[in-house]
Every structure is written in structure tokens, then in C-alpha cells.
Design a protein around this ligand. Structure first.
Ligand code: ADP
Ligand code: MG
Length: 272
């Protein structure tokens, strides 16, 4: 062995664990989960990128990216070969970066249809060397409220999908529709796609219906359901208007504690 050869080779950087936060229903807590799980993982020292894949741009607004700072967005990342380094922005939270979105993404579904790689554009964009250099541990994708091509792009680009489920009557029916889409993506493009977990959100333990939905979900889905349940907590709904995750807006709130518990569940798997 030549003397100049290092005895210990440096560990190759581990690729980021990519999680799509998806549910075709609006208002179930996708964006709230994406922002606050991202912030709680960042608080634990993980390097986290949040990709806003919703034309409404709520995750971007909630993390304080003003519209004027969205000259370049996720649209440019997936549809016009934008340089990730020019698009990704730091947030006020250490270890947390965001790829912002605005209404440019609203036309993406139409712009994607004619593209023969239409389902793979986000997957391919994440292979850009800029991402390796930033060495993210986790990438969270905040999906739009639909099973559109954008959501399919997220599922193709991800290792796993996290499904927020609002504890209400038709919740499980919507879930089976999403799981069929996951099955299709596994068959066609991403055989290793896993379910990271189903997360009960906006949970009110005094409400019988919520208890029933939780019992049904745990009985039917077993380990797929996270131990952590996110309570209904007004601090979670106030935080975005202060451009902060709840972990910084009201660090001791029930909402902050719940998302930290979720980050512990997911963080423990990441360390394994
Ligand atoms: P989605 O991204 O699925 O459309 P959001 O995360 O935007 O859903 O949540 C919808 C609304 O519910 C928002 O106004 C949000 O602030 C509020 N919300 C979400 N989760 C909670 C919660 N656990 N407690 C109270 N309000 C919540
Ligand atoms: Mg949303």
C-alpha cells in the first residue's frame, strides 16, 4: 500500500431520506406537518430541506419566504433546469432550508403532460450535484391537495410517504384512494416506496368520533400508524402568520411537543 493512502477512507455521505407528505384532501394538516416536523428534525441536528410542491406556497409563507424572494421556485427546479443553489433558501431556523413555491406551479400539471419524463422530473432534479454538496439528512416534500402529476412526482422521488389523516368520518376512505396511487407508483416507477406512517392530526381526545377514527385506523393499519398523535392546538394555526414553526413560535406548546415526539419517532429510524 503506498504510504500516502489514508488508512481510513472517509465515509461516503449518506443520501438524504426523502419523505413525501401527501393526502389528496385539503386542510388535513400536510403543510402544518411538513413545516413543524422539518423544524423539529432540524432542532435535533438533522440537516433538513423542505420542498414546497404546492402552488399555494403555504409552507413558503409559513417559513417566512416573502413573495418577492420567490424569483426562483420549485417550478424552476423541476421544469426549467434551475440550479438548486440559486433556488434553495435558508430559513430563520438553523439546519432548515426551503425550496419555495408560488402560483407558477399551478401550470405545472399542464406543462408536465407533454414531457415524456413527466413523472421523474423531481426525482431527476434531486440528483443534481448541488444537493450532494449540501448533505441533507432529510428532504420533506409538501404535496398539493390532489393526486396530480405533482404528487406523483413527489411519490416517485421519495423513499417513503407520510400521510396526515384528520380524525373525521370519511378519513379512511380517502386513505384507501391514496394507497392505490402508492401501489401504482410502486408498480410503475418506484418499487421501494414505503409508507413512513399515517399521522392522526387535529386530534381532539374528548370527541367520540376522533377516538373511533383512531381505533379504526390502529385496528386496520396497525404499525403503519404513528404512536404520536397531533392534538388540535391553536398555537399550530397561529404560528404561520408569524412566519415561524411552532417549535420557535411557542416552544413549550402542546403542538411543539407533539411534533418533537413525531421527530423522535422518525429520527430514531434515520439513525438506524
Ligand atoms: P393542508 O396542507 O393539508 O391543506 P394545513 O396544514 O394547511 O392543511 O392545515 C389546514 C388548517 O388547519 C390550517 O389553517 C392550519 O393552521 C390548521 N391546522 C392544522 N393542524 C392543526 C392542529 N393540529 N391544530 C390546530 N389547527 C391546525
Ligand atoms: Mg398545504
Amino acid at each position: 500500500m503506498p504510504a500516502t493512502e489514508p488508512l481510513l477512507k472517509p465515509e461516503p455521505a449518506r443520501p438524504a431520506h426523502v419523505i413525501a407528505v401527501a393526502n389528496q384532501k385539503g386542510g388535513v394538516g400536510k403543510t402544518t406537518t411538513a413545516i413543524n416536523l422539518a423544524a423539529a428534525l432540524a432542532e435535533q441536528g438533522f440537516r433538513v430541506l423542505l420542498i414546497d410542491l404546492d402552488p399555494q406556497g403555504n409552507a413558503s409563507t409559513g417559513l417566512g419566504v416573502a413573495p418577492a424572494e420567490r424569483q426562483l421556485t420549485t417550478y424552476d427546479l423541476i421544469l426549467s433546469d434551475g440550479q438548486p443553489d440559486a433556488i434553495i433558501r435558508p430559513t430563520s431556523v438553523a439546519n432548515l432550508w426551503i425550496c419555495p413555491a408560488n402560483s407558477d406551479l399551478a401550470s405545472a400539471d399542464i406543462d408536465l403532460v407533454a414531457n415524456e419524463k413527466r413523472s421523474f422530473l423531481l426525482h431527476d432534479a434531486l440528483r443534481h450535484p448541488d444537493f450532494d454538496a449540501r448533505a441533507f439528512d432529510v428532504v420533506l416534500i409538501d404535496c398539493p391537495p390532489s393526486l396530480s402529476l405533482l404528487t406523483v412526482n413527489a411519490l416517485v422521488a421519495s423513499h417513503a410517504v407520510l400521510v396526515p389523516l384528520q380524525a373525521e368520518f370519511f378519513a379512511l376512505e380517502g386513505l384507501s384512494q391514496l394507497l392505490l396511487t402508492v401501489r401504482d407508483v410502486r408498480r410503475s416507477a418506484n418499487p421501494d416506496l414505503r409508507i413512513e406512517g399515517v399521522l392522526l392530526t387535529m386530534y381532539d381526545g374528548r370527541n367520540n368520533l376522533a377516538q373511533q377514527v383512531e381505533a379504526d385506523a390502529r385496528e386496520n393499519l396497525g404499525d403503519m400508524v404513528f404512536h404520536t398523535v397531533i392534538p388540535r392546538n391553536v398555537r399550530l394555526s397561529e404560528a404561520p402568520s408569524h412566519a415561524l414553526p411552532v417549535t420557535e413560535y411557542d416552544t413549550a406548546s402542546k403542538g411543539a411537543e407533539a411534533y418533537r415526539a413525531l421527530a423522535n419517532e422518525i429520527g430514531a429510524r434515520l439513525k438506524r
